[in-house]
Write a protein that binds this ligand. Structure first.
Ligand SMILES: [Fe+2]
Ligand SMILES: [Fe+2]
Length: 221
């Protein structure tokens, strides 16, 4: 086990041990699931030509909607409020800031250009899903120590879906990229794979802790 794994595993345990912090982290996951609905044009279905891929993406979107319901219930079960976070603090936005290639479709674009942008989108999504799945692995282990077993059941179910998303998004990037551009597949298309975005999120949680704890104390007094 790498040192960073031990630190993150410990951080998640400390978070789960405190219902307020646990609620905050479940809210981070929840806000990520809600993000596509808030920005409206997140999944570029219009650029998907393959009916099988369209079906897979629609199933993916339905999974994320199911996760919204599960996280909301988990937050309620531990007696915490549901928060709406500023868009720029949500994991999807943070990952976007670390995604160098644009995938915004523009009018009048050629089919090849649109296909390439679709590959960019799935590369972005793949990295996002991978980071979320890794975070959920830490969190699932930590949930064994939670006051209620419900969040652990939720994380277990969500993680199974997210692993499927990690797999198909990577396969889709490969399928979409022209075979004659193998170098592109290994360089430009690759979003950053280091830990920074996840660490930024963890930093944001830690930075938010005093304000939330102060608010909690004020409410209690
Ligand atoms: Fe999800
Ligand atoms: Fe997902």
């Amino acid at each position: 086990m790498m040192i960073i794994d031990g630190i993150k595993a410990r951080l998640h345990r400390d978070i789960v041990a405190d219902p307020v912090l646990h609620g905050l982290v479940l809210n981070l996951y929840l806000n990520g699931e809600q993000y596509p609905h808030r920005v409206g044009d997140y999944f570029p279905l219009a650029a998907v030509e393959d009916p099988r891929l369209e079906q897979t993406v629609r199933r993916h979107m339905a999974d994320e909607d199911k996760h919204i319901a599960l996280y909301t219930r988990a937050i309620e079960k531990i007696g915490q409020p549901v928060h709406v976070q500023p868009l720029e603090n949500i994991f999807n936005s943070v990952i976007l800031r670390h995604t160098p290639a644009s995938f915004a479709l523009e009018a009048g674009e050629s089919r090849d250009a649109a296909r390439l942008k679709l590959a960019h989108f799935f590369a972005h999504l793949h990295f996002l899903e991978k980071r979320v799945a890794r975070s959920l692995e830490y969190h699932l282990d930590a949930c064994a120590h939670a006051v209620s077993d419900y969040p652990g059941k939720v994380i277990d179910a969500v993680l199974r879906d997210e692993r499927g998303h990690v797999r198909y998004t990577r396969e889709t990037v490969t399928d979409l990229l022209p075979a004659r551009e193998p170098l592109y597949a290994q360089s430009d298309i690759t979003v950053q794979s280091r830990d920074e975005p996840h660490d930024i999120i963890v930093d944001e949680i830690i930075a938010a802790m005093p304000a939330h704890l102060a608010a909690q104390e004020e409410n209690a007094s």
